[in-house]
Design a protein around this ligand. Sequence first.
Ligand SMILES: [Zn+2]
Ligand SMILES: [Zn+2]
Length: 274
Amino acid sequence: MLVDTHAHLSDKQFDEDRWETLDRAFGGRVAGLVEIADQESQWPAARTLAEQNAGRVFWCPGLHPYYADQTDPELEDRFQAALKHPQSVALGEIGLDYHGDPLPPAVQRAALTRLLSLAVDIGKPVVIHCREADRAARQAQAEMLEIFSRFFPAAPAADRASGVLHCFQGHLDFARACVDRGFMVGVDGPITYPNAAALKAVVQELPLDRLVLETDSPYLPPQPWRGKRNEPSYLETIAAEMARVKGVPLAEVERQTTLNAERLYQVSFQAPKI
Ligand SMILES: [Zn+2]
Ligand SMILES: [Zn+2]
């Protein structure tokens, strides 16, 4: 049994076959899924997807760094209201992204700081966007670490997590520093790519009880589907590669990553389904 801890099924790429996509996932090894809304205009669709799939789908209201300028004085109020929804499990994704033609770093840092402050205040975990391992990402990660040191001075209680570094492809030192502050690390399709030696080395080094599985659908499909749309049923391929890299049985990866997802999001993905 697997949990896809990060997907964007409200994306228009699923408009033709969203229900079939969910059926393929839940008909296989996937027991639960967390739908991530990157900006406020996407919150209602994510919430509705969760409501229509109670017990299996949960959601997160977020403000991706691409949209970090979509703020106003009432931002926290709206997040707080969204996070009161019974199937809303974390705040995110949020973060810093300096690739391409980014919003000014100060704007991104201001939004991230406001939302981390809210999450800590109300006791919700955060979903952190930090995808790459290049120079721009290195800078963003260094700044995030500095910000995290203020908000997460120590690791939380053993049965909780501060949040997740979703779709991690960065350096081991950054992952370790965040793990020490109570973060989980999200592993996605790129672990199956032929050039993934650095990522595999990071996954090998991190303890299995800090890793969660995710697809980030429709992005970053595992190797067999590269160039196509990603979907949650492909999570099995990512889990199998993680088992190979860690040198543990697939059943152990399934068991531990599901427990980790439950610790991260503070919900049960194993409740009997109606
Ligand atoms: Zn992301
Ligand atoms: Zn995402």
